[in-house]
Design a protein around this ligand. Structure first.
Ligand SMILES: [Zn+2]
Ligand SMILES: [Zn+2]
Length: 155
């Protein structure tokens, strides 16, 4: 396998792995030890300005990404650079889908409407139906439980 193909595969794998990492972090860290930072994302608070405490998690996820860039560029493990790029790409996807498309922090993609985008909206809507640390469901973003693809959501 030539190295370009390998690096593309590493990047794609990192993006996919991040969906799992984000799910895990959301379920066990954001709704766990660091609920304090995530709590305001579960409150109706849009009058209080643009930023939420929850945005700190973007900085947290920038740490492993930056570490991969630095180590990848300064060691024999050049492939780590592409893990860093994958983490960055996932961060951008997360921001565009979660913050822009779902929570409308910017008025982009309003016209986006298909089965998958509606399923993402429903799944994340059901996550936000609960405003407390415990009792939430659907912690992932891009991988959606098939039940959200139906016309009606059965609980
Ligand atoms: Zn949450
Ligand atoms: Zn949300």
């Amino acid at each position: 396998m030539n190295s370009t193909v390998l690096y593309i595969l590493v990047t794609i794998s990192a993006v996919l792995a991040m969906e799992f990492v984000a799910w895990f972090a959301h379920k066990y860290i954001m709704h766990g030890l660091l609920w304090n930072w995530h709590e305001d994302h579960h409150q109706p608070h849009h009058k209080d300005g643009f930023f939420e405490k929850n945005d700190l998690f973007f900085l947290v996820f920038a740490i492993p990404s930056a570490t991969c860039y630095i180590v990848g560029l300064n060691s024999a493990h050049f492939w780590l650079l592409f893990v860093g790029i994958g983490i960055s790409i996932y961060g951008m996807i997360y921001f565009l889908i979660h913050d822009v498309y779902i929570h409308r922090r910017f008025k982009w993609f309003k016209q986006l409407d298909n089965k998958y985008s509606r399923a993402i909206l429903r799944a994340h809507g059901s996550h936000h139906a609960v405003q407390t640390k415990y009792g939430c469901e659907s912690f992932g973003l891009l991988i959606v439980n098939p039940k959200y693809f139906g016309k009606r959501v059965k609980k």
